[in-house]
Design a protein around this ligand. Sequence first.
Ligand code: SF4
Ligand code: SF4
Ligand code: FES
Length: 237
Amino acid sequence: MSELQVKVWRGAAAGRFQTFAVPRRDAQTVLDVVTYIQRRLDPTLAYRFACRVGMCGSCAMTVNGRPRWTCRTHVASVARGDALEIAPLAHLPIVRDLVTDMREFFDKWARARGQFAPTQTRREDFARVAPASPARLAIDAAIECIGCAVCYAACDVVGWNPDYLGPAALNRAWTLVSDVRDGSHRARLAAVAGDAGCHACHTHESCTERCPKHLAPTASIAGLKRATAVAALRGEL
Ligand code: SF4
Ligand code: SF4
Ligand code: FES
């Protein structure tokens, strides 16, 4: 049986790579490799996962230089010969080893007003949105985001400008800007129209290229650019 030579990031930002030899197996995922190392070779290795089936997004790491869900990435599709390099997600503080601190990622969702603002009370009937309505269809894919931060780690602008809200928070804001039940329309547009908002996006599409759910944050950001421009022309911002 052949062996993988796996370089794994250890420590915090000032850490280093440590190499482990891991047996290759059929249909082996990168998360299987990390789990093997933690269970068989070094129980102090810190990493994060939950569902193992591409639903929670918590297993995202940098594999051979690219952000990916490790549970849905087969070793055979990314290994360079027998070499693998596994690091924490980029653009986020490292807690330890492969674990990043997600606070600033989700703080940006709050800064982009990513919370639904209800216009009705719980005593009223459900506010129904027709599935075939144009506003609902416009966000049909975008609402499937699971907040894994793969797009955020792939975005160069986040790397250059740590204040930039980033593709996931802006994608979330777009789903709410397009939600006919939401009562925070103007305030949300104002929140995403600033220097760190949608107009800072350079439309590189790395986010769209890397999103494991095949969502298109770039298209959501383009929607915000149009909506904020129209609001500005109307004197609403
Ligand atoms: S847009 Fe895609 S890559 Fe970005 S957080 Fe959502 S699911 Fe993850
Ligand atoms: S399209 Fe915009 S948000 Fe997406 S990776 Fe490029 S600069 Fe970042
Ligand atoms: S462990 Fe949940 S998406 Fe990978």
